[in-house]
Design a protein around this ligand. Structure first.
Ligand code: DX5
Ligand code: ZN
Length: 220
């Protein structure tokens, strides 16, 4: 499988969301990445269900919902009903992570674990095979447009090692500060899915940026 690109709607133009959704629909992007923030786990608040309903009505690609909220189990079914095919929860918010992942899978969605930049990959030793994907945060969650944290490369390699050791099919997703300069190296390190917000939506030519992010790293 080639790698996937998931533009983050957090950086879209909310005064003309339909236009940006259509742009992604017609682009080479694979998913829509949707950041859900509660103002508690992270210092920012983003979309609620009424907006998600509108988004789901117009998107023509899988929705990947990244839940930056405390006690996410309360809302898993509602996010699934709101159209999520991929749902990720933070390790830091789930005292019963195995149960949370099972809950996500029981709705028919794919289940992901997110690690903050300070959380080591070794935390996943006993849970990796229960996750369809792991999202490594390469910025502190809460805002788009932040600077990429270089330690992420080391974490990708460790995570790849853990996945291979366990013979699992877990995918590796990277989120935060991803751009045309670091994408090839992230992919070479073992990333399968790249989230990109600011680098896509602040580009003069978002369609072209997505196309460039989709390029095989060996051709760059
Ligand atoms: C940050 C979010 C990201 C964000 C990425 O908390 O999880 O998905 O939108 O934006 P960029 O690519 O601009 O760092
Ligand atoms: Zn995100």
């Amino acid at each position: 499988m080639g790698h996937l690109i998931a533009p983050s709607l957090l950086s879209a133009d909310f005064s003309n969301l339909k236009k940006d959704i259509d742009m992604i629909n017609h682009s080479k992007a694979d998913w829509f990445h949707i950041d859900i923030m509660d103002g508690m786990f992270v210092p920012n608040i983003s979309f609620g269900f009424p907006v998600l309903k509108f988004i789901a009505r117009h998107t023509e690609k899988p929705l990947d919902m990244h839940l930056m909220i405390l006690d996410p189990d309360r809302y898993i079914e509602r996010f699934r009903e709101a159209g999520a095919e991929w749902i990720s929860v933070h390790y830091e918010t789930c005292p019963h992570l195995h149960r949370s992942l099972q809950l996500i899978r029981s709705t028919g969605a794919k289940a992901g674990i997110v690690l903050n930049p300070h959380s080591p990959v070794s935390l996943l030793d006993d849970i990796i095979s229960a996750a369809d994907y792991v999202l490594l945060m390469s910025v502190n969650p809460g805002y788009g447009g932040q600077k990429f944290i270089e330690n992420t490369y080391k974490k990708i390699k460790e995570l790849k090692g853990l996945i291979l050791e366990n013979g699992s099919k877990t995918l590796i997703q990277i989120d935060g500060g991803v751009n045309l300069n670091n994408a090839p190296e992230l992919l070479r390190a073992g990333a399968d899915i790249l989230v990109a917000g600011n680098s896509v939506f602040s580009s003069d030519d978002p369609l072209k940026t997505i196309e460039q992010l989709k390029k095989d790293p060996s051709d760059v």
